[in-house]
Design a protein around this ligand. Sequence first.
Ligand code: BT5
Length: 324
Amino acid sequence: MQTTTRERLISLLSDSDDYISGQKLSEIIGCSRTAVWKHIEELRKEGYVVEAVQKRGYRITVRPNNLHPGEIKNHLNTEKIGQVVHFENTVTSTQEIAHKHALNGAEEGTIIIADEQTVGRGRLGRAWHSPKGSGVWMSIILRPNIPPQKAPQLTLLAAVSVVQGIEEVTGLSAQIKWPNDILIDGKKVVGILTELQAEADRVNSVIIGIGINVNTPKEAFPKDIETIATSLKVEKGEEIERAYLVRAIMEKMEKLYHIYLEHGFAPIKLMWESSAASLGKRVRVRTITGELYGKAQGITEEGVLLVEDDEGTVHRVYSADIEL
Ligand code: BT5
């Protein structure tokens, strides 16, 4: 995988408790000392504190809470997912950009991540609030060899990865509300949007969009979502390092994706069920065509929700909003 000079520099200066000289850095990276110095100046402008001590060299002592590829890829333990990272400060929607990359043949596992989205989107044309600097707004390109009707399984797989990543980094326990919400204490902290590029019988790429409210302060949510939304910082009571969270999610997702490709959806389904908020409960199901009340029984092998109404009829729900 290609790694830029900047990414190597961040990695080297982060791994070392001690200082590394400009000479040594330029030897390891294979560029001039002037180039090293220029990159260090760039890092400083972005908020890194890079100490420089004469005759000893450089050391990073403070890192900004950013999402630059160097931060995400530093120590990232995956083969594919997150090995190619496209970072942008501001985009309309990372989904839109990911679609373009996917059409242009982007490698499986490529992620598009932004510090801010101006037209972040949810399902059915709804808006996703994506303010600058406080969240993770990213899209992941996968290319599984599956028929299009199985693609919803990947939304569920992504949800399990995010729950596991959140737990690893924050210790918080989150629940999944079918199909695409992740809640903490009943409030939405993550939304997932899966889109496809597919032919009739085969998927070309699955683009999984994940929006996470990470460090959003309570008072920063707009009026229309302030009672239903939360962030990891609000729940945990402290700031969370976004790059660290992204890394953890990439690693969990890669493990689950391997399991999925080798053994199918069954093992993922079990993990999903153990984090599901809605199973066994009475729910209100709103679809484009109408409403339904009943008990959420479980999901099928395809990831379809089964809801039993009061007359005992079991309905297969493919796409809907669920209220608990
Ligand atoms: C979703 O849609 O939950 C999917 C959200 C996916 C967002 C990611 S960010 C990266 C990628 N790029 C994009 O453009 N999108 C993806 P849905 O189930 O339709 O929920 C949308 C509803 O959630 C809205 O109508 C609001 O009520 C609520 N909402 C909007 N922004 C929110 C936020 N930041 N936190 C919690 N709830 C929010």
